[in-house]
Design a protein around this ligand. Structure first.
Ligand code: ZN
Length: 249
């Protein structure tokens, strides 16, 4: 298999375009076909270009699932759990979204299974996906490994890239902050693809994941952060959301 996994785009078109260009450039370099794109949710929320991002994801993604911000703007999830800045961005996105974009978001399922490659796609967690739990710790991973049967579960939501490996003995190990992890057929995995449009691991560059049968590799792509920030300012989006893009936090 040859996949490029993107998540948490959050209406950041400059970041998404940079990532799509990087994916295409890799195909050109290797003389091969472009990796198929999987999308793990949150096309909108926070950023200034929700419609363009939804259109690009719809055009390029082979398969995808919905995120909590997508559901929030569709009125399918309770936004009282969102912080005030996120809620303000959802309100702005709701006013900005076209009927076409809305229909495209509505078409995204909550979970997706790709049987041939034994992949399970979900935004938050395989356990109660509609509750948008965060999956960050071993204790949470332990529970979640029981809630999918595939080789690899791909998630987003926390915007923190990592690879968790469950060995045949049941022991779980994690690699965070590493560029790549080798994949073993006798183990199972939960992999967070990081965030294209609002990274939170201290690296402001857009993040995505390349996935083959042998390895999971994180790719960081610089983009024109200032341009996105200027658009956010012009749209009147909350200042803390604008500032955090420079810090990647
Ligand atoms: Zn998100």
């Amino acid at each position: 298999m040859n996949y490029a996994v993107i998540s948490d785009v959050h209406g950041n078109l400059e970041a998404l375009d940079a990532v799509l260009a990087d994916i295409s450039a890799r195909a050109g370099q290797s003389g091969g076909r472009r990796a198929k794109i999987l999308f793990l949710g949150d096309a909108v929320g926070y950023g200034p270009d929700p419609n363009a991002c939804v259109a690009a994801i719809r055009k390029h993604a082979f398969q995808g699932v919905a995120g909590n911000h997508d559901w929030a703007v569709l009125g399918l999830t309770d936004v009282t759990f969102f912080n005030p800045n996120a809620r303000a961005a959802i309100r702005w996105t709701d006013e900005t979204l076209t009927p076409e974009s809305r229909a495209a978001l509505e078409a995204l399922p909550l979970v997706k299974r790709l049987e041939k490659d034994s992949l399970f796609l979900v935004h938050g967690s395989p356990y109660e996906p509609e509750e948008w739990h965060y999956l960050l710790y071993f204790s949470e991973a332990q529970v979640n490994f029981e809630h999918f049967k595939e080789w690899i579960c791909l998630i987003g939501h926390s915007h923190l890239p990592f690879v968790m490996e469950r060995m045949p003995t049941g022991e779980i190990t994690a690699s965070k902050g590493q560029k790549a992890a080798a994949l073993d057929r006798s183990c199972r995995y939960i992999i967070n693809a990081g965030s294209v449009g609002q990274p939170r691991d201290g690296d402001p560059r857009a993040c995505y994941l390349l996935l083959s049968d042998e390895e999971a590799r994180f790719v960081r792509v610089p983009y024109d952060i200032r341009k996105t920030q200027e658009k956010m300012g012009a749209a009147g989006l909350p200042l803390p959301l604008i500032e955090r893009l420079s810090r990647g936090l």
